[in-house]
Design a protein around this ligand. Structure first.
Ligand code: MN
Length: 224
């Protein structure tokens, strides 16, 4: 695919505060190797919005927004480009209000598998901590140029047009395009804090994980 044309600025960039350079590629708790399987042929995503290009069925790019409680709480916005997820750390998360500009710090590409992760990363390293899948879906790429991307999201919480524009060496801005899906004055992050996969907040997931590991240490099975 051709989405890498606009990739400047992320390679060689330092991680954002609280971001997780290196950690997602560790062969530890998270399934994060760069070579990762495409969506399963029978999966919902493989069929959703699939389109025919030159006779073959091509799934549209996927997007995922993960809420990550690392050194600081932040959102990771990830947009599929071929076999990787281009990634930005968005400290305050996305907004549906077109008047709101959100800082988005480019970070290294992540594997498709990393975008499937929800749970608690073990360890003390950066990138550890609790992750929930805050939103996910497919994206139609409208423009992909160096320093500028625009796309239409089809998620559970985020929909309609968005734009990511580079404004500095390690600094992009994420904004909602003015369209029917825009909601001035809304705060989608506060209104819908929970995971679209499990329905849990990151705090619930973290606390459950603590209980589970305590029970495991004491030799008791967790209550289902
Ligand atoms: Mn992160």
């Amino acid at each position: 695919m051709q989405l890498h044309a606009g990739c400047h600025g992320q390679h060689g960039a330092s991680p954002a505060p609280g971001e997780d350079r290196g950690a997602p590629r560790d062969r530890g708790s998270a399934p994060c190797a760069t070579a990762s399987p495409r969506p399963r042929a029978g999966s919902r995503r493989a069929h959703q919005g699939a389109r025919h290009i030159l006779g073959s069925v091509v799934a549209p790019p996927r997007f995922v927004v993960q809420l990550h409680d690392a050194t600081t709480l932040h959102f990771d916005f990830r947009l599929q480009s071929g076999e990787v997820l281009r990634s930005w750390a968005v400290p305050k998360g996305p907004s549906l209000d077109p008047g709101v500009r959100r800082l988005a710090v480019p970070v290294e590409d992540h594997s498709l598998a990393a975008g499937e992760f929800e749970g608690v990363h073990d360890g003390q390293r950066r990138g550890s901590g609790t992750v929930i899948i805050w939103d996910e879906g497919t994206a139609d790429i409208v423009r992909d140029e160096p320093g500028h991307l625009s796309f239409i999201l089809h998620g559970r919480k985020l929909s309609g047009g968005f734009a990511l524009t580079r404004t500095g060496p390690k600094r992009w801005i994420l904004v909602k395009v003015r369209d029917e899906a825009a909601r001035a004055g809304s705060d989608i992050v506060a209104e819908h804090p929970a995971s679209v996969r499990s329905g849990k907040t990151w705090r619930q997931l973290r606390d459950e994980s603590k209980i589970t590991s305590r029970l495991a240490l004491s030799g008791c099975a967790p209550i289902p």
